[in-house]
Design a binder for this molecule. Structure first.
Ligand code: DNO
Ligand code: MN
Length: 373
């Protein structure tokens, strides 16, 4: 297993690479070119520059005796253009052009040494919560999903409540540029069924997987978050049978999962430990975190330890350890602790401290099962 940590880039993250360097156990940075819209070209120069920033030590580092380096093996995410999910031209882009761009991106990332690309196949938006800084009983805050709010609101009223003009919302996938095209996307999804989505998904995989094989880059789809339908849009990567179907659309081992257990487990009917065991051979990357379900359908993100919430993070790490899992893992969203959300507002879920604590818990369980003196 190789432990990673998600980083949003210089000037775009409150956490620095030097902060991450001091977290025991982190081998790879999970990165992206976050300013790119889905379908936009990633140039070789931009890719090389970001990897150099991640991997290289400066003279100043060396002068201070710093030796620890990172790899840049995992990209999260290269977003899939809506034309690919819809199987038709939208926002002025046709799907075959979008697929050719995706293939070029895979090729360039592969040539640059990237091993895994994470992406999702959710219609219109990336992940969704209703409160980014919800208070927990210990005084920390965490991401919270209140079912009644989402059930009662339309996407438009939800967007309006987000105070985007005040810069209050920084969820990926909900950027103002993207929301500007919301009406067109909404109309484009009218009448699109789950079966249509799977057919379009297969068309995409069959087109890009040969490029993945040629350049040795594995694809890992991230489950829908939350892992159930919202706003009536067809979500096709939510439940265990959905994951199995996605894998069966193209049987190449390069078509795999980013098994995010917090997202997958946000559906209370799903069993995260069972999913790890079932899909082990096709898991290239995994996000391990905990959430706590409430009876009314709400859930809150809690510390990574198993007893803090509803997800058996210990059982998950035990399953990975017993299988000798060789892919990548990262902690996922953390709570906001120790004043990090005052003055220096962290990205929701992506502060430093709780993710660093989370890693130590995950590695502790791993070591207990793997480590032989
Ligand atoms: C949230 C993340 C997601 C994930 C994408 C993958 O924190 O887990 O935004 O990166 O869905 O494409
Ligand atoms: Mn995740």
């Amino acid at each position: 297993m190789k432990m990673g940590f998600r980083w949003y880039g210089d000037g775009n993250d409150t956490v620095s690479l030097d902060d991450i360097r001091q977290i025991p156990g982190v081998e790879t940075i999970v990165w992206s070119l976050h300013h790119k819209q889905a379908g936009e070209e990633w140039t070789e120069e931009e890719i090389a520059a970001e990897i150099a920033t991640i991997e290289n030590l400066t003279d100043e580092h060396r002068a201070r005796g710093i030796e620890k380096t990172f790899r840049a093996d995992v990209v999260e995410s290269v977003n899939v253009h809506e034309s690919i999910k819809l199987g038709k031209t939208v926002l002025g882009v046709d799907r075959d052009t979008a697929i050719e761009n995706y293939k070029l991106c895979i090729e360039r990332l592969g040539r640059a040494g990237v091993k895994v690309i994470c992406y999702n196949f959710m219609p219109v938006f990336d992940w969704l919560r209703t409160d980014m800084f919800h208070p927990l009983p210990d005084g920390s805050t965490a991401l919270f999903y209140e079912k009644a709010i989402v059930d009662q609101l339309t996407p438009e009223s939800l967007i309006a409540s987000m105070n985007l003009d005040d810069g209050g919302m920084t969820l990926p996938g909900w950027e103002p540029e993207r929301l500007a095209s919301f009406q067109e996307l909404k109309e484009a999804y009218v009448g699109v069924t789950r079966e249509d989505m799977y057919a379009n998904y297969k068309y995409f995989l069959d087109a890009v997987i040969p490029t993945c094989e040629e350049f040795d880059v594995k694809l890992g789809v991230h489950p829908d978050d939350p892992a159930f339908d919202i706003f009536g849009w067809p979500r096709v990567v939510s439940r265990k049978e959905d994951l199995a179907r996605v894998l069966s659309l193209n049987e190449s081992p390069y078509n795999g999962l980013t098994l995010c257990l917090g997202s997958f487990g946000s559906n209370p009917d799903s069993d995260p430990v069972d999913a790890v065991k079932t899909f082990m051979d096709r898991i290239h990357f995994s996000h391990v975190r905990n959430i706590k379900h409430f009876d009314n359908g709400d859930f809150i993100e809690v510390g990574h330890r198993a007893c803090e919430g509803s997800i058996d993070t210990t059982g998950i790490m035990k399953a990975y350890a017993e299988a000798g899992y060789e892919g990548y893992i990262r902690p996922d969203h953390g709570r906001h602790l120790w004043d990090e959300n005052r003055g220096n507002t962290p990205r929701p879920g992506y502060g430093l401290y709780d993710r660093a604590l989370g890693i130590q818990y995950l590695l502790g369980v791993w070591d207990a099962y793997r480590y032989q003196k």
